[in-house]
Design a protein around this ligand. Structure first.
Ligand code: FAD
Ligand code: NAI
Length: 465
């Protein structure tokens, strides 16, 4: 007999991985519940990640544009004033609409929200705040959390993670960001646009590891020009909180003389780690890898066949759309279909201005793999629409197989790069060559014409440069 506490599927965690998996499973007719301990659904992404950060990126960019570039359009604005409380309130409204949207979708699709912290007590059992539920299958979608620095205590006021950096009550005079990764550059940009001096301290001698080198170098030049300061090849060894702020001790990464930096606020953004503790995984014997991520096979099953995992808690890029696609694939597999994610074509975007977007492999990766390739590049300075927008920083770069011309990777630094990259992701999913893209009729004048011209440039026949 099937009771109220018996499900086909129980998903633990309602981030983009978990809630999407639950929705797809319900669509496919599985009796589904999703456990979430936070007061609202949507996980890191909707509550303290993608959505609030993009709300602040948009607001701060609007503010900054009026200050820095309206005059060149002949729009003279005087007396611009920042109402930070209102900016935060708008962001909170955006978050609220999104998390309530997930709750609505749960109701619409008949997914039960089990409120509280979930703990796996057996291959087919989950306990939520002392109450036991059974499930034919369990999905771990507990996501990730920010990594701290040893000896540096996070208070989310003066020394903050991304969560505190999304809530600062005033614009810091000097914000020091530790880590020139995605979070550091996005949130560093937000506060810089609103008036903070921003210094980014990075351990490596480059920004955004993983990004194509040439793009990363140009990106850094653009950020330099905007006024962000970089201390590359440096590590923070100490942070002392005083009445006025924080004194940071910084040393060259390779060793050498220490210097100090005074900051009002310090953002620690050195990466995130899987949340695999406190979910009962040790007790039931679910295997983890060396970075404490849940080990899964190609079908997202752990070493215990009824227990699965998706999203930030398993290997791969920590991205919302990667988690979502895994959620869909897994739900389809559990419903007897053939779910699949193509890990070779997962776009990634840095939502600064200009944006940075990439899909497929970088030049360095192709070199390392010994793949012969050709490069086609086209700068936004030669694109009519970008000129009309006064947004000419950056370029499109397409990497194609030397022999077959198949597109292997695409990298864009420029206006709306995150939207532009979708064309190349689509092309790659269809196994397109650069010539295929070059022969598509692109509307004029659009930013996408830069994509077409970069595709033409692969064969040395760009028209507008
Ligand atoms: P999460 O979203 O982390 O959700 C996990 C959920 O599980 C949480 O709500 C948690 O409360 C819950 N949970 C954990 N343990 C339990 C338990 N035992 N019981 C019940 N519930 C539990 N990615 C992008 O693609 N684009 C972006 O623009 C972007 N911006 C970001 C900005 C910031 C500031 C941050 C921090 C991240 C950003 N990310 C972005 C990354 C993105 O948020 C993650 O990749 C995504 O949220 C991962 O989804 P998930 O479902 O795996 O886990
Ligand atoms: P990250 O991995 O992107 O960058 C961390 C940076 O910190 C790296 O450059 C690293 O070399 C540096 N670092 C590490 N230890 C250091 C130390 N001790 N001192 C100085 N520098 C140090 O991590 P980040 O920015 O924290 O973001 C976490 C994850 O969240 C990202 O990997 C990404 O997957 C996700 N995210 C995605 C966004 C997007 O898609 N737009 C936006 C924000 C986050």
């Amino acid at each position: 007999e099937v009771g109220d506490t018996d499900y086909d599927l129980i998903v633990i965690g309602s981030g983009p991985g978990g809630y999407v998996c639950a929705l797809r499973a319900a669509q496919l007719g599985l009796k589904t519940a999703c456990v979430e301990k936070r007061a609202t659904l949507g996980g890191t992404c909707l509550n303290i990640g993608c959505i609030p950060s993009k709300a602040l990126l948009q607001s701060s960019e609007n503010f900054h544009e009026i200050e820095s570039s309206f005059a060149q359009h002949g729009i003279m604005v005087e007396g611009i004033r920042l109402d930070l409380a209102r900016m935060h309130a708008r962001k909170a409204g955006v978050v609220d609409a999104n998390v309530k949207g997930v709750e609505f979708l749960f109701k619409k699709n008949g997914v039960t929200w089990l409120k509280g912290a979930g703990k796996i007590t057996g291959p087919n059992h989950v306990e939520v705040d002392g109450k036991s539920f059974s499930a034919k299958n369990i999905v771990i979608a507990t996501g990730s959390d920010s990594i701290g620095l040893p000896g540096i205590e996070i208070d989310e006021k003066r020394i903050v993670t991304s969560t505190g950096a999304l809530e600062l009550g005033s614009v810091p005079k000097h914000l020091v960001v530790i880590g020139a990764g995605v979070i550091g550059l996005e949130l560093g940009s937000v506060w810089h646009r609103l008036g903070a001096e921003v210094t980014v301290v990075e351990y490596l001698d480059r920004i955004v590891p993983g990004l194509d080198n040439e793009i990363a170098k140009s990106f850094q030049r653009v950020l330099d020009k905007q006024g962000l300061k970089f201390r590359l090849g440096s590590k923070v060894t100490k942070a002392e909180t005083t009445d006025k702020g924080v004194t940071l001790t910084v040393e060259p990464a390779k060793g050498g003389e220490a210097t100090t930096i005074e900051a009002d606020v310090v953002l620690v953004a050195i990466g995130r780690r899987a949340v695999s503790e406190g979910v009962g995984l040790e007790d039931v014997g679910v295997e983890l890898d060396d970075r404490k991520r849940v080990k899964t096979d190609a079908h997202y099953a752990t070493n215990i066949p009824s227990i699965h995992a998706i999203g930030d808690v398993i290997s791969g890029p920590m991205l919302a759309h990667k988690a979502e696609d895994e959620g869909v694939a897994l739900a389809e597999i559990l419903a007897g279909q053939a779910g699949h994610v193509n890990y070779g074509v997962i776009p990634s975007v840095v939502y600064t201005w200009p944006e940075v977007a990439a899909v497929g492999r970088s030049e360095e990766e192709l070199k390392a793999d010994g793949v012969a390739y050709t490069v086609g590049k086209f700068p936004f300075t030669a694109n009519g629409r970008a000129r009309a927008m006064a947004a000419t920083d950056g370029f499109v770069k397409i990497l194609a197989d030397k022999k077959t011309d198949r597109i292997l990777g695409a990298h864009i630094l420029g206006p709306d790069a995150g939207t532009l990259i979708a064309e190349l992701a689509t092309a790659m999913e269809f196994g397109a060559s650069s010539e295929d893209v070059a022969r598509i009729c692109h509307a004029h004048p659009t930013l996408n014409e830069a994509v077409k011209e970069a595709a033409l440039a692969v064969e040395g026949r760009a028209l507008h440069i």
